[in-house]
Design a protein around this ligand. Sequence first.
Ligand code: PAF
Length: 283
Amino acid sequence: MQAVYSIVELRQQVTAWRLQGETVAFVPTMGNLHAGHLALVAQARRHADRVVVSVFVNPLQFGADEDLASYPRTLAADSAKLEPVVDVLFAPSMMEVYPRGHEVASQIDVPEVSESLCGALRPGHFIGVATVVAKLFNMVQPNYTLFGEKDYQQLQVIRRMAADLCFPVEIIAVPTVRAVDGLALSSRNGYLSTVEREVAPRLYQALQKTVQGLIDGRRDYAALEREGREVLEGADFEPEYFSIRQAGSLKMADSEMPELIVLAAAKLGKTRLIDNLACSLVE
Ligand code: PAF
């Protein structure tokens, strides 16, 4: 594995691969890597000759009251995990990504799919994500890119952004990796206390209960959502949303929709957790 810190050096390497007729898969991350990230890398390997992983904690996607300062920065440990499985670790500095400062950088706003759920609760978050991912796509110029389904809304925002801006990249969704008790792996799980960690799988259980209700024929979405929130409140979560939506578009679901996604965000103590579960009602 080669560690690369500059765009110039990255482009030289990617150009050399292309001249040899090799394809490139790209996994963007903010570091603090866990088995979920390594699943993205493993999928990347299956699709392309070369794999690039970026590690960059993007200030533009954090709100003023969020955890940018305390977000775990673990580059040495991340590098050791990536060493045997990737070709390039791209770890650009802030100056490399935002030479004039992130506050004054040109921004990408993806309408509609960004607006509800996490987008409504974290104003500017998806502008920050779409902007940095577009910049990273331009730096790496990959054939393939891989995103986890755990950040379901992010995945849809990136799909829309790449389509609208004609990025010649194939976006591959990778299923959520879960701990044995069902908790979706996340860099933020490390913030949970021992007691909170025991309670945290209730988020996934609440989603499973809702999906089971849908499979059993229930179409009273508002009641199902209320019950989901109540399960979370009963386990000492503070739910931010618990919502049944159309898969892909994230528009409000109606009873005719066969492809649904149930999404939830909730605070457990100081930690914000998100998760989702798809439900296909096609006969
Ligand atoms: O999912 C993440 O880790 C980040 O949002 C991403 C896609 C790397 C952009 O900073």
